[in-house]
Design a protein. Structure first.
Length: 150
């Protein structure tokens, strides 16, 4: 995303008009419009005021991704009861069919036993509960995959 689009999305998210933002910052509505269309960019002082007005960090103002923020909000608002109702394998399987297909090809029990051993080891060595152990193992696996991908 570009800065102008970020500014537009953030303004819409907080429910302000260009006129309202302009008034709060002491600039013209046309200035806000030029920022949002990437015709010009706000100086650092105005950018800091915008970040404060939109309740985001300066970094988030520059790198704002509305889709990512929406996903983060959904995750934050998903409670354990809702999560129990979701078939995550099926949900992600729509995007990644291997999640459905592998179950007929892979010796799941063999891998499950090794994973179970690692979970138990994390619980004993670090006194993590079952969920925390799973999350740590999942995070390690993700980072290992990501590092190898690059």
């Amino acid at each position: 995303m570009n800065l102008g689009n970020n500014l537009f999305q953030l303004r819409k998210k907080v429910g302000l008009s260009q006129e309202e933002v302009a008034e709060k910052l002491g600039v013209s509505r046309q200035t806000i419009s030029k920022w949002e269309t990437d015709e010009t960019v706000p100086d650092i002082y105005q950018a800091k005021k915008l970040a404060k007005l939109y309740n985001v960090s300066l970094d988030d103002l520059i790198e704002f991704d509305v889709d990512l923020k929406e996903i983060e909000q959904v995750i934050k608002n998903t409670d354990e009861e809702k999560e129990e109702k979701i078939d995550w394998t099926n949900a992600w399987g729509k995007k990644y069919p291997i999640l459905i297909k592998y179950q007929k090809q892979v010796n799941i029990e063999e891998y499950a036993n090794k994973i179970r051993e690692m979970l138990i080891k994390l619980q004993k060595e670090y006194e993590f509960n079952n969920l925390d152990s799973m999350l740590v193992l999942k995070d390690i696996l993700y980072h290992e995959w990501k590092d190898k991908k690059e």
